[in-house]
Unconditional design. Structure first.
Lengths: 356, 379
């Protein structure tokens, strides 16, 4: 990950923040706007970060995963379902139910990771098709069960959606969260903290451990790795399942941390954006996180624009149309892919099944 | 097996030899569909439904009455176009995951030409001019939407999978903007994001009085034949397939690979744009936000199920149309959510893609020929 790319990312985030400050400063002090933007950015970047980390593990091991979207959607549903089940059917307290939900979401992601590795590693199915299968399957199964379990007469919940046990509580970092104004940034929910921690862990694992070295070897040159006794198949399975579990945690964000409900298709393409963030970040954990923050900042901008709707000056009226601002991350991604800020270098054996 | 083959007459033998590739090509997809239906039935039973009632409802809803047949054809029309779009791209070694966006953009343009053109020109156009104009502009809009990722792929190496997905979101945002703003139906009673209705002369007529099935379905079948002709009987088709099979070899053979990639994507987008155009000009007579959700992904499954062959695509599109159409009836009869159809479709795709699973279950020998569909990010 070169510094040019980080500089470029910092520049984009500053511009996005600057726009909001420019518009909102007549109403609210700039420092409060920046703080609130930063806090929102970090929070909404969580599923993107986790999805991108999923991509990093899978692709560093040589398996392309475009099924992140489906993994997150399934995990969001099953995590939510498990939490509700534990809370209403078994009468478990809200907090353990939520944690159980998170565990179920991680498990769901892991199982879909297993499915993806069975397809792409064992059966050597085209990996992009394997991912597409997961995406379509996720839409179908979550839509089907959502309606069958909650909205049909005679279903388990008798046609009415039970109340979810709320969302995961905020965790304040001691001392830092007590700083006036800026402290708001250090007051986030657990999956957000976990995502940041996992960025650090992934960087360490990938570049400073034997596991990481083997993972990268399998993704760059599986035959060479095989020759020195690394089990290519097993490394790929393990990393794709691990990646799936991270995507699962990202899915839990939607229904257990952000809002206490599930809606069909609620991941809304975040899995694909995560994939773009991974490429944007050149297959590195820090790069992926930085890229996820760019997309998060664009989303935070959209949220704040609605807030400042009345004070937008007429010459910037175009910003009132949230669709226009909403285009920024997608156009940006396409620009990044052209290689204008340095070449994107995927692992050499990315996407190729290994034939012994 | 061996002995029965020896006993057959030479005529039968030659017929068998002629039929065997067809049977082999059809066998695995058919078994995949069957297996997916069985697994789908198990899921229905597991969720507390009656799988037999469900499939009876599905069949009735798809083929039970002339009206059901007409509706199946109505569903099939965009599926055939969109399936052909994805299949053509696959033949050229490209994965067009953006049929959804190309379709939406095509539909918007077709609607615009359909309702606004007479006003701009201050004359009512006759149908033989207005219909081709609306359809043509819709198709061209789709082509443009796909040519952008195509050009990015050819000249900068940006991967078409990500870029077509990004173009989907851009199309979605743009369509939302247009249908909520400049192109919104000004009727004071209107509360949804949709365009005004298109002019009567821009509408493709129905095939039979009293049924919704329209000439767009016939057009879809004709275009399927045209795509077959293009791919296997023209130089361009040969170039597309060669670039798809081996771009390096294509380059050494003197084929302009970059130009072919852009052209393949544009043609693919043209077909996807047609899918959206047909929905506007022959069925809904306007574009409404969110009508097309899911066509793009269904199209991928259809192209793969049809083994990226135009005839296969038509058959697969008819199957998917029957399932979608019958699904509504199934939900009505048995209260089983229509979403189960997506599950079955994903399972079909799974079993077609991982045909090793099907071959293992039914003990079918592996075939040598393999269509290369996609390559990694490097492409």
């Amino acid at each position: 990950m070169d510094w040019r790319r980080f500089g470029f990312i910092a520049l984009i985030i500053s511009v996005l923040f600057g726009v909001v400050v420019l518009i909102g400063h007549v109403q609210i002090a700039p420092v409060i706007i920046v703080t609130s933007m930063l806090a929102t950015t970090i929070a909404v970047a969580t599923p993107l970060t986790l999805g991108a980390l999923c991509g990093v593990y899978c692709e560093r091991a040589g398996v392309v995963n475009i099924g992140i979207e489906g993994m997150m959607l399934s995990a969001a549903f099953f995590g939510w379902l498990a939490a509700i089940y534990m809370n209403t059917v078994f009468g478990i307290a809200p907090m353990p139910s939520l944690l159980g939900g998170v565990a179920a979401a991680i498990l769901t992601g892991g199982l879909l990771g297993l499915l993806h590795s069975v397809l792409s590693v064992t059966f050597k199915v085209d990996q992009i098709i394997g991912g597409t299968v997961i995406n379509i399957l996720a839409v179908g199964i979550t839509g089907f069960l959502n309606r069958q379990l909650f909205f049909e007469k005679g279903s388990i919940f008798g046609g009415n959606v039970p109340h979810a046990p709320g969302v995961l509580p905020r965790i304040q970092i001691p001392l830092l969260a007590d700083i006036p104004v800026v402290g708001r940034i250090f007051d986030q929910q657990p999956i957000t903290w976990a995502a940041i921690l996992l960025v650090l862990v992934t960087h360490y694992v990938l570049f400073y451990t034997r596991w990481g070295l083997r993972t990268r070897a399998v993704g760059e040159h599986p035959r060479a790795a095989d020759t020195v006794g690394i089990n290519v198949i097993r490394m790929r399975y393990a990393n794709v399942i691990l990646g799936g579990m991270l995507a699962g945690l990202g899915g839990a964000y939607f229904t257990l941390e952000s809002v206490p409900s599930f809606e069909p298709l609620m991941t809304n393409g975040r899995g694909f954006i995560a994939l773009a963030a991974m490429i944007f970040g050149n297959w590195t954990p820090f790069g992926a996180w930085a890229a996820a923050l760019v997309f998060g900042a664009a989303q935070a901008l959209q949220i704040n624009m609605q807030f400042f709707r009345e004070v937008i000056p007429p010459q910037l009226a175009i910003l009132q149309i949230s669709y226009v601002v909403g285009l920024a991350p997608y156009i940006l991604t396409m620009l990044i892919l052209t290689g204008i800020i340095g070449k994107n270098i995927p692992p050499a054996a990315d996407g190729q099944p290994y034939e012994k | 097996m061996q002995s029965s083959e020896e006993r057959t007459s030479p005529q039968t033998k030659s017929i068998l030899r002629f039929l065997r590739p067809t049977l082999n090509a059809l066998g695995v997809p058919l078994l995949a569909v069957l297996t997916a239906m069985i697994v789908g039935g198990l899921i229905i039973a597991f969720a507390g439904g009656d799988p037999f009632m469900a499939y009876i409802g599905l069949f009735e809803g798809a083929f039970g009455t002339p009206k059901a047949l007409s509706e199946t054809a109505v569903w099939a029309s965009p599926y055939i176009f969109a399936g052909l779009a994805v299949a053509l791209a696959f033949r050229g070694g490209l994965f067009n995951i953006g049929a959804e966006g190309q379709l939406a953009f095509g539909a918007v343009m077709a609607a615009l030409i359909g309702y606004a053109l007479p006003g701009w020109l201050h004359i009512a156009l006759p149908a033989f001019i207005h219909i081709p104009l609306a359809v043509g502009f819709g198709a061209l809009a789709g082509a443009l939407w796909a040519a952008i990722p195509g050009a990015l792929k050819a000249y900068t190496g940006g991967h078409e999978v990500i870029n077509t997905i990004m173009m989907n979101y851009i199309a979605l945002n743009l369509t939302s903007f247009l249908l909520n703003g400049p192109m919104r139906d000004p009727n004071p009673l209107n509360v949804v994001a949709r365009t005004p209705v298109i002019a009567v002369n821009a509408r493709i007529p129905p095939l039979f009085e009293g049924f919704r099935v329209h000439w767009g379905f016939v057009l879809a079948l004709l275009v399927a034949g045209l795509v077959w002709w293009l791919l296997w009987k023209t130089t361009l088709g040969f170039e597309i397939r060669t670039v798809g099979a081996n771009p390096d070899a294509a380059k050494y053979a003197g084929i302009n690979v970059k130009r072919t990639i852009v052209l393949t994507m544009a043609l693919s987008g043209l077909l996807a744009g047609m899918a959206g155009t047909i929905e506007v000009t022959a069925l809904n007579y306007r574009h409404e936000l969110g009508f097309s959700t899911g066509y793009g992904f269904d199209a991928i499954a259809i192209a793969l199920l049809g083994k990226t062959h135009p005839l296969g695509v038509v058959l697969a599109a008819l199957l998917f149309a029957a399932m979608r159409n019958g699904g509504t009836r199934m939900q009505f009869l048995t209260q089983i959510p229509v979403d189960i159809i997506s599950v079955i479709q994903a399972l079909i795709l799974l079993f077609v893609a991982a045909d090793a699973i099907i071959r293992y279950i039914y003990r079918i020998r592996a075939r040598e020929e393999r269509v290369v569909l996609t390559r990694g990010w490097g492409g």
